[in-house]
Write a protein that binds this ligand. Structure first.
Ligand SMILES: [Zn+2]
Length: 193
């Protein structure tokens, strides 16, 4: 079984992961993973709602999970999965062949509303997807989008700084319809012209 919690920044994806983890009484058979490239809380699945968080093994690729699991492991958690690399079919393998319960947390979209790297593949192999909305920073409605305030040097920045959750109306207000059109529907070549 593969269940994925997704949504924008500050929506409580990790909190949902930790709540699921906390419900498991016997944690001997559970392993948690996080990408090493997430430098915010190295080795810990952490949310502001849950003090110390949950210790996690740092990995770069899904294939590395195979080195850490044996027949005794029934359940795994992979947080910040949008930063993971490798073959997502490793998760399908562990779900089908090892009969594992797999919980994944990750951003569905970038702050330009593009599908986030490997997340479309993860969503495609999930048995269940829970899209968690944040609260709009500007108006308080449900916020499905992440918006980045300020100058961005890399396509994908790691960290929370400068990111705000917004609803569609407030996203459009901040970005304007011309820029939104440019970002969402113009080709790379058209954008550069
Ligand atoms: Zn709003």
């Amino acid at each position: 079984m593969i269940k994925t919690f997704t949504g924008p920044m500050h929506s409580g994806k990790t909190a949902a992961m930790i709540a699921t983890y906390n419900k498991i009484w016997n944690k001997e058979h559970v392993k948690c993973f996080k990408p090493k490239s997430d430098t915010r809380d190295i080795g810990i699945m952490k949310s502001k709602d849950y003090g110390d968080g949950v210790p996690s093994i740092g990995i770069d690729t899904f294939e590395e999970i195979l080195d850490y699991v044996d027949d005794s492991v029934t359940t795994i958690f992979v947080d910040e999965a949008q930063l993971m690399q490798g073959n997502v079919s490793v998760l399908s393998y562990l779900s089908i062949v090892n009969d594992m319960d797999i919980y994944i947390g990750g951003l569905n979209q970038t702050s330009e509303q593009e599908p986030f790297l490997i997340m479309p593949q993860i969503l495609a192999i999930s048995d269940e997807v829970e899209v968690i909305k944040a609260s709009c920073y500007d108006c308080g409605r449900e916020a499905p989008y992440t918006y980045f305030e300020g100058e961005k040097k890399d396509a994908i920045l790691v960290g929370d700084e400068g990111y705000v959750p917004l609803c569609a109306r407030c996203l459009l207000k901040r970005r304007g319809s011309v820029e939104t059109r440019k970002i969402l529907i113009l080709s790379k070549q058209e954008k550069e012209e």
